[in-house]
Design a protein around this ligand. Structure first.
Ligand code: ADP
Ligand code: MG
Length: 266
């Protein structure tokens, strides 16, 4: 696509909700070949930042800013979503509300129309159907094929939505708190799946939970006080001092085999 292979290129971005500024002076550059974690406490502005990536929000135009996704500042939202797989609780809720009875298979297939399920007027080729089979096998959800969305576990629903966005082979995935509500085993297998996904696409993981960070993550951005407190290679960023600062507690962060955990907190 763009020659320099930049996925996200933001400079001096501000976001307001009404009179309240929730993000200020956001400078962030994410390149192809990198996997990022965007880490910050509850309410720090992570989901707001994610909505800027997905074009669901627009920056405050009082400031001069740069906001490019894949090297472009304007996008048709349907076109953008073919390049950027976006998985959020909001998306999951929309499917629960509007398409509870659609099967996993139809939901994955609906990726072709970016719709909330398959409808009578939709037509699909054999290639489309074959692709659905492939992505469901890749994410190991073939057995969910006939299961209705409302009857799936939260982890199954998220896998199903990831499969739906894989239809277009997106260059990047953005996932907002993707393991929230999953039990230990479901979280473990979900993280394994993200690792597999990272073989073919850039992963941007938005979370408050350091245990979600997996070895293939290369970079980290810490959100604190309405802005990016620090960003860079994860080795330089993910440490006790920085985490203590953004979570406003005395945190002892440890890591082993590329996985992080909180050893103590005071
Ligand atoms: P996070 O995802 O890190 O928990 P959010 O981006 O959801 O944080 O929220 C950042 C701040 O913006 C919070 O103070 C939150 O209360 C506020 N906020 C989020 N959404 C809205 C909205 N639609 N209207 C007004 N304030 C909002
Ligand atoms: Mg959030």
């Amino acid at each position: 696509m763009n020659s320099n292979q930049t996925i996200i290129d933001f400079e001096n971005v501000y976001v307001n909700y009404g009179m309240t500024t929730v993000l200020e002076n956001i400078n962030l550059k994410i390149n192809k070949g990198e996997n990022w974690v965007i880490l910050g406490p509850n309410g720090s502005g992570k989901s707001t930042l994610m909505k800027l990536f997905s074009h669901d929000l627009y920056p405050n135009t009082q400031y001069r800013f740069k906001k490019e996704i894949f090297g472009k500042d304007r996008w048709d939202i349907f076109e953008l979503k073919k390049h950027l797989g976006i998985i959020s609780n909001g998306l999951q809720s929309r499917f629960s509300g509007f398409s509870p009875a659609q099967s996993a298979y139809d939901i994955v297939l609906s990726g072709y129309y970016s719709s909330l399920g398959v409808y009578r007027h939709h037509c699909f080729s054999d290639e489309h159907l074959q692709k659905v089979k492939e992505v469901m096998e890749f994410l190991e959800i073939s057995k969910l094929k006939d299961k209705q969305f409302a009857q799936m576990s939260s982890g199954e629903q998220r896998r199903c939505l990831i499969a739906r966005s894989l239809i277009h082979n997106p260059e990047a995935f953005i996932l907002d708190e993707p393991t929230t509500g999953l039990d230990i085993k479901a979280q473990h297998s979900f993280i394994n799946m993200l690792q597999k996904l990272s073989q073919n696409a850039c992963i941007i993981l938005v979370t408050h939970d350091v245990t979600e960070i997996f070895p293939q993550i290369t970079h980290a951005a810490l959100i604190y006080n309405r802005t990016i407190y620090k960003q860079g290679k994860k080795e330089d960023i993910l440490n006790s001092a920085n985490l203590s600062e953004i979570f406003e507690a005395d945190i002892d962060l440890e890591h082993e085999n590329g996985r992080y955990y909180i050893k103590s907190i005071k």
